[in-house]
Ligand binder design. Structure first.
Ligand SMILES: [Zn+2]
Length: 41
């Protein structure tokens, strides 16, 4: 069984276009994830 709490996805930041690695658990919890540039995703 896969532990989804440790899986990550890559999203392109809408501001600086860099890839942001996000834990899927953060997505499930709808937490605001910040890019290195400070942009919330
Ligand atoms: Zn960014």
């Amino acid at each position: 069984m896969i532990d989804i709490g440790k899986q990550t996805i890559n999203i392109n930041c809408p501001k600086c276009k860099s890839k942001v690695n996000i834990n899927v658990k953060h997505v499930a919890d709808q937490k605001l994830v910040k890019c290195i540039c400070g942009q919330g995703i």
